[in-house]
Design a binder for this molecule. Structure first.
Ligand code: HEC
Ligand code: HEC
Ligand code: HEC
Length: 163
């Protein structure tokens, strides 16, 4: 992984794959190539806000691994920026907004389509119970992405979106 830009002043990272990391004095630096979490913004629950971290330029996930073709096809560009409204089955919860762009910054389309989600708005009968059992959004949220206790980060549609 590339270092966070906030770390750049302290390390020289121009090394080739497999080469040992050295510090600015030319000594072997045994620290792992991880982003210093202390530099990253957090959400209201104290978890790192990764989307904000990208938006503020603090982390920059690679588009592709060396030797692989960039996953985004020209015909996918439109969907790349599409937010999808998932209507709430219960009146007391706001509708869910699924943002494609923020996911595509980390994942390629085939991570989710067609195995986790049918590629059609409303075609997936998603329920909260199933999410908590690790299906649908719960394949990642509560595991590698922000936890589901942060209800309103997903249930984020303003009230009038319902009408
Ligand atoms: C990772 C995204 C995400 C988070 C976080 C999340 N939900 Fe959901 N939730 C959904 C989706 C998607 C649906 C399916 C569409 C719908 O019915 O709203 C859903 C559905 C629901 C429903 C509708 C009934 C049902 O069982 O499906 C309720 C109630 C609900 N969520 C409550 C909550 C509560 C309470 C929290 C926080 C403790 C929460 N959700 C957190 C994505 C999320
Ligand atoms: C993190 C998972 C995830 C990733 C990655 C993802 N999608 Fe989706 N996609 C969804 C979800 C969730 C929906 C809405 C499903 C629903 O409403 O039931 C959706 C819906 C769609 C739809 C239907 C839109 C409509 O209006 O009917 C298309 C087309 C689509 N995605 C294409 C793509 C393409 C192209 C990519 C890659 C650039 C991509 N998706 C990446 C989860 C994902
Ligand atoms: C394949 C993995 C995966 C799936 C499935 C997935 N997400 Fe995510 N999601 C992520 C990752 C990774 C992030 C970015 C890291 C983070 O914010 O924790 C993210 C971030 C988000 C964000 C934050 C956007 C922001 O602006 O901060 C929302 C909202 C979200 N997901 C909603 C959903 C909903 C709703 C579903 C199900 C319909 C879903 N996700 C399914 C991986 C996934």
């Amino acid at each position: 992984m590339d270092p966070a830009p906030a770390d750049w002043p302290n390390y020289r990272y121009e090394r080739k794959p497999g080469e040992l990391k050295k510090d600015k004095y030319g000594m072997i630096d045994p620290t792992p190539d991880v982003v210093s979490l202390t530099f990253l913004p957090v959400d209201t629950y104290g978890f790192v806000d990764w989307v904000k971290s990208i938006n503020e330029g603090l982390v920059r996930p690679k588009d592709t691994l060396p030797g692989q073709i960039n996953h985004l096809k020209p015909e996918d560009l439109e969907t790349n920026n599409q937010d999808i409204l998932i209507r709430s089955k219960m009146k007391f919860m706001p509708d869910v907004i699924f943002p494609h762009a923020q996911h595509n910054a980390w994942l390629k389309c085939s991570v989710c389509h067609p195995k986790i989600f049918k590629k059609k708005a409303g075609a997936n009968n998603i329920s909260m119970a199933a999410i908590w059992k690790g299906q649908w959004c719960g394949r990642c949220h509560d595991r590698v992405a922000f936890p589901t206790r942060n209800c309103f980060k997903c249930h984020s549609a303003p009230g009038d979106a319902k009408k």
